[in-house]
Design a protein around this ligand. Structure first.
Ligand SMILES: Nc1ncnc2c1ncn2[C@@H]1O[C@H](COP(=O)(O)OP(=O)(O)OP(=O)(O)O)[C@@H](O)[C@H]1O
Ligand SMILES: [Mg+2]
Length: 225
Protein backbone atom coordinates (compact mmCIF):
# COMPACT_ATOMS: atom_id res chain seq x y z
CA UNK A 1 0.00 0.00 0.00
CA UNK A 2 1.15 3.50 -0.63
CA UNK A 3 0.27 6.55 1.38
CA UNK A 4 1.16 10.22 1.21
CA UNK A 5 0.76 12.82 3.90
CA UNK A 6 0.66 16.49 3.02
CA UNK A 7 2.98 16.10 0.03
CA UNK A 8 4.34 19.38 -1.28
CA UNK A 9 6.38 20.07 -4.36
CA UNK A 10 7.87 23.44 -5.17
CA UNK A 11 9.78 24.13 -8.36
CA UNK A 12 11.99 27.18 -8.12
CA UNK A 13 13.63 28.73 -11.15
CA UNK A 14 15.39 32.10 -11.21
CA UNK A 15 12.23 33.98 -12.14
CA UNK A 16 9.37 32.02 -10.64
CA UNK A 17 8.44 29.62 -7.91
CA UNK A 18 5.74 27.12 -8.81
CA UNK A 19 3.80 25.14 -6.25
CA UNK A 20 3.13 21.97 -8.23
CA UNK A 21 1.74 19.97 -5.29
CA UNK A 22 0.11 21.63 -2.35
CA UNK A 23 -0.70 19.10 0.34
CA UNK A 24 -1.58 15.79 -1.27
CA UNK A 25 -3.04 13.17 1.04
CA UNK A 26 -3.57 9.98 -0.81
CA UNK A 27 -3.84 6.30 -0.07
CA UNK A 28 -3.71 3.50 -2.61
CA UNK A 29 -4.35 -0.04 -1.49
CA UNK A 30 -2.77 -3.14 -2.92
CA UNK A 31 -4.59 -4.24 -6.06
CA UNK A 32 -6.38 -0.95 -6.70
CA UNK A 33 -6.68 0.73 -10.09
CA UNK A 34 -6.71 4.49 -9.57
CA UNK A 35 -7.07 7.19 -12.22
CA UNK A 36 -5.70 10.67 -11.61
CA UNK A 37 -7.44 13.44 -13.55
CA UNK A 38 -7.38 17.21 -13.69
CA UNK A 39 -6.51 20.15 -15.94
CA UNK A 40 -3.12 20.64 -17.56
CA UNK A 41 -0.55 21.87 -15.06
CA UNK A 42 -2.44 20.75 -11.93
CA UNK A 43 0.41 18.49 -10.83
CA UNK A 44 -0.54 15.03 -12.12
CA UNK A 45 2.84 14.12 -13.63
CA UNK A 46 4.67 15.66 -10.68
CA UNK A 47 2.67 13.47 -8.32
CA UNK A 48 3.24 10.36 -10.41
CA UNK A 49 6.99 11.01 -10.54
CA UNK A 50 7.13 11.30 -6.76
CA UNK A 51 5.00 8.18 -6.28
CA UNK A 52 7.39 6.41 -8.67
CA UNK A 53 10.46 7.51 -6.71
CA UNK A 54 11.74 9.43 -9.73
CA UNK A 55 11.54 12.71 -7.86
CA UNK A 56 11.50 13.84 -4.23
CA UNK A 57 8.82 15.92 -2.56
CA UNK A 58 9.78 19.31 -1.08
CA UNK A 59 7.86 18.43 2.05
CA UNK A 60 5.42 15.88 3.44
CA UNK A 61 5.64 12.14 3.85
CA UNK A 62 5.56 9.27 1.44
CA UNK A 63 5.19 5.74 2.63
CA UNK A 64 5.88 3.06 0.04
CA UNK A 65 4.70 -0.38 1.17
CA UNK A 66 5.66 0.25 4.75
CA UNK A 67 8.87 2.19 4.16
CA UNK A 68 9.23 5.92 4.72
CA UNK A 69 10.81 7.00 1.44
CA UNK A 70 12.38 10.11 2.98
CA UNK A 71 14.65 7.94 5.12
CA UNK A 72 16.01 6.01 2.18
CA UNK A 73 19.21 6.71 0.30
CA UNK A 74 19.11 7.43 -3.44
CA UNK A 75 20.58 3.98 -3.98
CA UNK A 76 17.86 2.26 -1.95
CA UNK A 77 15.21 4.22 -3.81
CA UNK A 78 16.67 3.20 -7.17
CA UNK A 79 16.73 -0.44 -6.08
CA UNK A 80 13.11 -0.28 -4.92
CA UNK A 81 12.09 1.41 -8.16
CA UNK A 82 13.78 -1.20 -10.35
CA UNK A 83 12.29 -4.12 -8.47
CA UNK A 84 8.78 -2.92 -7.67
CA UNK A 85 7.61 -0.27 -10.15
CA UNK A 86 6.90 -0.33 -13.87
CA UNK A 87 6.45 2.91 -15.81
CA UNK A 88 4.42 3.63 -18.92
CA UNK A 89 4.61 7.10 -20.47
CA UNK A 90 2.60 8.96 -23.07
CA UNK A 91 5.60 9.20 -25.40
CA UNK A 92 6.59 5.54 -24.90
CA UNK A 93 10.20 6.46 -23.92
CA UNK A 94 11.78 3.50 -25.66
CA UNK A 95 15.48 3.55 -26.47
CA UNK A 96 15.80 4.08 -30.23
CA UNK A 97 19.14 2.29 -30.54
CA UNK A 98 17.83 -0.90 -28.96
CA UNK A 99 15.53 -3.46 -30.54
CA UNK A 100 12.12 -4.31 -29.11
CA UNK A 101 13.66 -7.36 -27.44
CA UNK A 102 16.55 -5.36 -25.97
CA UNK A 103 14.28 -2.60 -24.70
CA UNK A 104 12.17 -5.14 -22.83
CA UNK A 105 15.23 -6.96 -21.54
CA UNK A 106 16.80 -3.82 -20.06
CA UNK A 107 15.06 -3.81 -16.63
CA UNK A 108 16.16 -7.42 -16.10
CA UNK A 109 19.77 -6.53 -16.94
CA UNK A 110 19.61 -3.82 -14.29
CA UNK A 111 18.28 -6.40 -11.86
CA UNK A 112 21.04 -8.84 -12.82
CA UNK A 113 18.52 -11.54 -13.66
CA UNK A 114 20.29 -14.71 -14.94
CA UNK A 115 20.39 -15.08 -18.73
CA UNK A 116 18.04 -18.05 -19.12
CA UNK A 117 15.40 -16.54 -16.86
CA UNK A 118 15.79 -13.23 -18.70
CA UNK A 119 15.11 -14.88 -22.02
CA UNK A 120 11.98 -16.65 -20.84
CA UNK A 121 10.61 -13.54 -19.10
CA UNK A 122 11.23 -11.29 -22.10
CA UNK A 123 9.65 -13.78 -24.47
CA UNK A 124 6.63 -14.20 -22.21
CA UNK A 125 6.15 -10.43 -22.05
CA UNK A 126 6.53 -10.03 -25.83
CA UNK A 127 4.07 -12.86 -26.50
CA UNK A 128 1.60 -11.42 -24.10
CA UNK A 129 1.72 -7.98 -25.73
CA UNK A 130 1.46 -9.50 -29.21
CA UNK A 131 4.77 -8.10 -30.45
CA UNK A 132 6.90 -11.24 -30.58
CA UNK A 133 7.02 -10.98 -34.39
CA UNK A 134 8.56 -7.51 -34.05
CA UNK A 135 11.24 -8.51 -31.55
CA UNK A 136 14.14 -7.48 -33.79
CA UNK A 137 12.61 -4.22 -34.96
CA UNK A 138 13.71 -0.85 -33.67
CA UNK A 139 11.14 1.47 -32.07
CA UNK A 140 11.05 3.78 -35.12
CA UNK A 141 9.94 0.84 -37.24
CA UNK A 142 6.82 0.25 -35.13
CA UNK A 143 3.34 1.74 -35.06
CA UNK A 144 2.40 3.83 -32.03
CA UNK A 145 0.32 0.99 -30.63
CA UNK A 146 3.21 -1.45 -31.03
CA UNK A 147 5.59 1.01 -29.36
CA UNK A 148 3.27 1.37 -26.40
CA UNK A 149 2.82 -2.40 -26.14
CA UNK A 150 6.61 -2.70 -26.11
CA UNK A 151 6.74 -0.11 -23.34
CA UNK A 152 4.15 -2.06 -21.36
CA UNK A 153 6.13 -5.28 -21.91
CA UNK A 154 9.16 -3.46 -20.51
CA UNK A 155 7.09 -2.18 -17.57
CA UNK A 156 5.83 -5.64 -16.62
CA UNK A 157 8.83 -7.83 -17.40
CA UNK A 158 10.23 -7.56 -13.87
CA UNK A 159 6.76 -8.37 -12.42
CA UNK A 160 6.34 -5.10 -10.51
CA UNK A 161 3.61 -4.80 -7.91
CA UNK A 162 2.90 -1.24 -9.03
CA UNK A 163 2.47 0.20 -12.51
CA UNK A 164 2.48 3.95 -12.98
CA UNK A 165 1.11 5.18 -16.29
CA UNK A 166 1.16 8.82 -17.39
CA UNK A 167 -1.43 9.31 -20.16
CA UNK A 168 -0.64 5.88 -21.63
CA UNK A 169 -3.14 6.35 -24.48
CA UNK A 170 -2.37 10.03 -25.11
CA UNK A 171 -0.53 9.40 -28.37
CA UNK A 172 -2.67 6.54 -29.61
CA UNK A 173 -5.75 6.28 -31.82
CA UNK A 174 -8.88 4.92 -30.16
CA UNK A 175 -8.34 1.32 -31.28
CA UNK A 176 -4.78 1.10 -29.98
CA UNK A 177 -5.77 3.09 -26.89
CA UNK A 178 -8.52 0.59 -26.13
CA UNK A 179 -6.05 -2.28 -26.43
CA UNK A 180 -3.66 -0.61 -24.01
CA UNK A 181 -6.48 -0.07 -21.52
CA UNK A 182 -7.53 -3.73 -21.80
CA UNK A 183 -3.96 -4.84 -21.09
CA UNK A 184 -3.76 -2.57 -18.05
CA UNK A 185 -7.11 -3.90 -16.80
CA UNK A 186 -5.92 -7.49 -17.20
CA UNK A 187 -2.74 -6.74 -15.29
CA UNK A 188 -4.85 -5.19 -12.56
CA UNK A 189 -7.16 -8.24 -12.49
CA UNK A 190 -4.03 -10.33 -11.89
CA UNK A 191 -3.21 -8.23 -8.85
CA UNK A 192 -0.96 -5.44 -10.10
CA UNK A 193 -1.74 -2.09 -8.53
CA UNK A 194 -2.17 0.62 -11.17
CA UNK A 195 -2.09 4.39 -10.90
CA UNK A 196 -2.82 6.08 -14.19
CA UNK A 197 -2.92 9.74 -15.15
CA UNK A 198 -5.43 10.41 -17.91
CA UNK A 199 -7.39 13.18 -19.60
CA UNK A 200 -9.83 10.65 -20.97
CA UNK A 201 -13.07 10.01 -19.03
CA UNK A 202 -13.43 6.81 -21.06
CA UNK A 203 -10.03 5.50 -19.92
CA UNK A 204 -10.74 6.60 -16.35
CA UNK A 205 -13.80 4.34 -16.52
CA UNK A 206 -11.45 1.35 -16.40
CA UNK A 207 -10.25 2.43 -12.94
CA UNK A 208 -11.98 1.68 -9.61
CA UNK A 209 -11.51 5.18 -8.37
CA UNK A 210 -10.86 8.63 -9.79
CA UNK A 211 -8.77 11.17 -7.90
CA UNK A 212 -9.33 14.68 -9.24
CA UNK A 213 -6.54 17.21 -8.81
CA UNK A 214 -6.78 20.96 -9.11
CA UNK A 215 -3.92 23.38 -8.43
CA UNK A 216 -1.84 20.74 -6.69
CA UNK A 217 -4.62 19.57 -4.39
CA UNK A 218 -6.99 16.61 -4.35
CA UNK A 219 -10.45 18.11 -4.88
CA UNK A 220 -12.70 15.07 -5.18
CA UNK A 221 -12.54 11.32 -5.25
CA UNK A 222 -15.13 9.23 -7.03
CA UNK A 223 -15.51 5.54 -6.52
CA UNK A 224 -17.20 3.22 -8.89
CA UNK A 225 -17.56 -0.53 -8.93
N1 LIG B 1 10.90 20.64 -13.67
C1 LIG B 1 10.06 21.65 -13.47
N2 LIG B 1 10.51 22.91 -13.22
C2 LIG B 1 9.67 23.92 -13.00
N3 LIG B 1 8.33 23.80 -12.99
C3 LIG B 1 7.81 22.59 -13.23
C4 LIG B 1 8.64 21.44 -13.49
N4 LIG B 1 7.85 20.37 -13.70
C5 LIG B 1 6.58 20.82 -13.58
N5 LIG B 1 6.54 22.14 -13.30
C6 LIG B 1 5.34 22.95 -13.07
O1 LIG B 1 4.54 22.30 -12.10
C7 LIG B 1 3.17 22.36 -12.46
C8 LIG B 1 2.60 20.96 -12.55
O2 LIG B 1 3.19 20.29 -13.66
P1 LIG B 1 2.79 18.81 -14.08
O3 LIG B 1 3.70 18.41 -15.17
O4 LIG B 1 2.75 17.97 -12.87
O5 LIG B 1 1.30 19.01 -14.64
P2 LIG B 1 0.28 17.97 -15.26
O6 LIG B 1 -0.93 17.97 -14.40
O7 LIG B 1 0.96 16.66 -15.49
O8 LIG B 1 -0.09 18.65 -16.67
P3 LIG B 1 -0.40 17.99 -18.11
O9 LIG B 1 -1.81 17.50 -18.07
O10 LIG B 1 -0.24 19.15 -19.04
O11 LIG B 1 0.62 16.92 -18.35
C9 LIG B 1 3.10 23.14 -13.75
O12 LIG B 1 2.77 24.46 -13.45
C10 LIG B 1 4.50 23.04 -14.31
O13 LIG B 1 4.81 24.18 -15.08
MG1 LIG C 1 1.51 15.60 -17.20
Amino acid sequence: MIQTLNLQKLFATEEVETTALNGINMEVKDGEFVAIMGPSGCGKSTLLNILGLLDNPSDGEYNFYGTAVANMTERQRAQLRKGSIGFVFQSFNLIDELTVYENVELPLLYLKTPADERKSRVETALERMGIMHRRNHFPQQLSGGQQQRTAIARAVVAKPKLILADEPTGNLDSKNGEEVMKVLSELNDEGTTIIMVTHSPYDAGFAHRIVNLFDGKVVTENFHV
